[in-house]
Design a protein around this ligand. Structure first.
Ligand code: NI
Length: 256
């Protein structure tokens, strides 16, 4: 039985949890989960995330507009996010970024909404949770310019980009995708990331690790990702969990 499992990226407000969320969340602490950050994707998701965090001691949340939703953001979105950050359990701005794979919102709008949220994070000195899908060059251009503190989640870039990210003091979040058969680049990154810059995540209900690929993910499955990472990094799983949990508490300012 493992302990100190910190899931830095989850979406329990997703409709795939609507039938059994209370049961799932009640059981996670006994599976060794000590902390979760529920990442919002738009303003209504911020509200739901705040409600979930209010109900469970070990759950925190981030407030932000996902690139998919950026064309839906209205004029008051920055003020809305600012008011969520006053909530004690809001630990980051996220998830924010650029998604050039789906392009659900026009790229100029994605960039505008992303940059406004980066400004806010810099102003308030709060970490960001970054979504980067097939947008590495533009993401790096913006991160290099503003140097926010925070995490690039479900990191899919090269080892060179990981070095750049770590070089400006940010963290790399890895989840189930590293266990996939075709995950050559993520495995190289997973071997490289310095232990004090590594975080674990599920991105649940998506991205279940092998052997549950394709099924609904939840934070209890993070142990499969941790076991895989421990093996390729030549360490033991509990040590990896302890260290990544400590990292999560540092970046989200949760140290007692
Ligand atoms: Ni996500």
């Amino acid at each position: 039985m493992y302990k100190n499992i910190f899931d830095t990226h989850a979406h329990y407000d997703d409709e795939r949890f609507s039938d059994d969320i209370s049961k799932v969340l009640a059981e996670l602490p006994s599976a060794g989960i000590c902390g979760i950050v529920n990442c919002a994707t738009d303003i209504s998701s911020c509200k739901k995330s705040a409600e979930i965090a209010a109900e469970y001691d070990y759950i925190y949340f981030s407030a932000g507009i996902h690139p998919h939703e950026s064309s839906e953001a209205d004029d008051s979105f920055i003020e809305d996010i600012r008011s969520f950050i006053e909530n004690k359990k809001c630990v980051a701005i996220g998830e924010i970024g650029l998604d050039y794979h789906y392009d659900f919102s026009p790229r100029d709008i994605q960039k505008d909404v992303f940059e406004k949220q980066i400004f806010l994070a810099k102003e308030l000195d709060i970490p960001v949770i970054i979504h980067d899908r097939e947008a590495h060059a533009d993401i790096w251009e913006i991160l290099k310019r503003y140097r926010p503190k925070g995490i690039v989640h479900c990191f899919s870039g090269s080892v060179e980009m990981a070095k750049d990210i770590v070089g400006i003091g940010m963290y790399i979040g890895l989840g189930g995708a590293v266990t996939f058969k075709n995950a050559k680049k993520p495995v190289e990154v997973a071997k490289y990331v310095p232990i004090d810059r590594l975080l674990l995540e599920t991105d649940c209900p998506y991205m279940s690790p092998v052997p549950f690929r394709g099924k609904r993910n939840d934070s209890s499955l993070i142990k499969y990702t941790a076991e895989f990472l421990a093996e390729i990094r030549n360490t033991d799983t509990q040590t990896l969990l302890d260290k990544t949990c400590e990292n999560a508490k540092i970046i989200f300012s949760l140290c007692e």
